[in-house]
Design a protein around this ligand. Structure first.
Ligand code: SF4
Length: 271
C-alpha cells in the first residue's frame, strides 16, 4: 500500500486529502481573480460598448469546459454566458445526455459582446486570450468543447467547422478538444441542428473516460511531473484512456455517478 502523499503503485505519487483541498482553494482563488479582472477589463475596444463583461460560470471541478465565441445581447444584459435561446438549446441537449448546465463550466473566447453580434476581431481575441488560458489552467478540464468557428480555431487552427464538427483530438496536457457547431448556428440551420444533437452524444463516453483517468491518477497510478492537478491521459485517435494499470478497465459506479451529478462544492457563480 502506498504511503499517501509519498508514493503509489509503481512508485507513483498519491494525492492526499490535504493536497486536494489545497488545490481546490488555489483554483477557487485563481478563478475569482480572473473574474475580477474580466469584470473591470479595459484591454480592448469591446470594453467601451459592453453592458456587462461575461467571465463564465459553472462547475469548475467539471471535467468538461464549453467555450463559445462571445456574449450575445442577452448575455451582455445579464452578465452570464449562454442565457438566451441558444443557451436554452444547449441546456436541453445537455439534459438529453444526462447532464445539467450546472455540471459543466461555460465561457467564451471573448468575454465582452461584439457590437451587433459581429465576429470578434483578431486583436480582440488576442487581447482576451490570456483569460481563457488561465481559466483552462485553473479548471484543468479533460474535455474542451468548442462551440462554433471562432472557438474551434483556437484548438483546430485552419480547420473548417463543417469538416471537423463531431471530432475530438488530443491537445496536450491530458485534454481533448471536441469541435461542435455553435448552438445559435445550429438553431438557424436544421442540418447543423441535427449534427449538433449527434455530436454532443460523444460526451458521455469521453466524460466516463475522463473520470476513470482522474480516479486512477488520484490513486497514484499515474502522476505526470509538473501537473498540479490530476491530468494526463492519452486520448489520441479515440483510443481508450490508458492509465498505467488495469484501473481503467471498467467504469465504476462512482465514475458514472460523478459524470451525471454536479459537484456542488465546485459550483461557482461568476458574475
Ligand atoms: S473582450 Fe476581453 S480583452 Fe476585451 S475588454 Fe472584454 S475582457 Fe477585456
Amino acid at each position: 500500500m502506498a504511503e499517501a502523499g509519498k508514493g503509489g503503485a509503481d512508485g507513483k505519487r498519491v494525492w492526499t486529502a490535504e493536497e486536494i483541498a489545497a488545490d481546490f482553494e488555489r483554483r477557487t482563488a485563481g478563478l475569482k481573480q480572473v473574474e475580477a479582472e474580466v469584470l473591470g477589463c479595459p484591454r480592448c475596444r469591446l470594453a467601451q460598448t459592453r453592458t456587462h463583461a461575461v467571465p463564465g460560470e459553472g462547475n469548475f471541478r467539471s471535467v468538461v469546459l464549453f467555450v463559445g465565441e462571445g456574449p450575445g445581447a442577452e448575455e451582455d444584459r445579464q452578465g452570464r454566458p449562454f442565457v438566451g435561446r441558444s443557451g436554452q438549446f444547449l441546456a436541453e441537449n445537455l439534459q438529453r445526455i444526462g447532464l445539467r448546465r450546472a455540471d459543466v463550466f461555460i465561457t467564451n473566447v471573448v468575454k465582452c459582446r461584439p457590437p451587433e453580434n459581429r465576429d470578434p476581431e483578431p486583436d480582440e481575441i488576442a487581447a482576451c486570450a490570456d483569460y481563457l488560458t488561465r481559466q483552462i489552467a485553473l479548471i484543468n478540464p479533460r474535455i474542451i468543447v468548442t462551440l462554433g468557428r471562432v472557438s474551434m480555431s483556437r484548438f483546430f487552427p485552419g480547420a473548417s467547422i463543417t469538416k471537423v464538427h463531431g471530432q475530438y483530438k488530443n491537445i496536450g496536457g491530458g485534454r481533448v478538444a471536441l469541435a461542435m457547431f455553435h448552438p445559435a448556428a445550429a438553431l438557424r440551420n436544421p442540418a447543423w441542428k441535427e449534427m449538433f444533437e449527434q455530436d454532443i452524444e460523444q460526451l458521455p463516453r469521453l466524460i466516463e473516460r475522463a473520470h476513470k483517468a482522474n480516479e486512477a491518477v488520484l490513486r497514484g497510478e499515474a502522476l505526470p511531473a509538473g501537473v498540479p492537478h490530476p491530468g494526463d491521459v492519452d486520448y489520441s485517435e479515440g483510443k481508450p484512456a490508458a492509465p498505467p494499470s488495469a484501473a481503467a478497465s471498467a467504469p465504476t459506479d462512482a465514475a458514472s455517478e460523478a459524470s451525471a451529478k454536479p459537484n456542488r462544492g465546485g459550483q461557482m457563480s461568476l458574475f
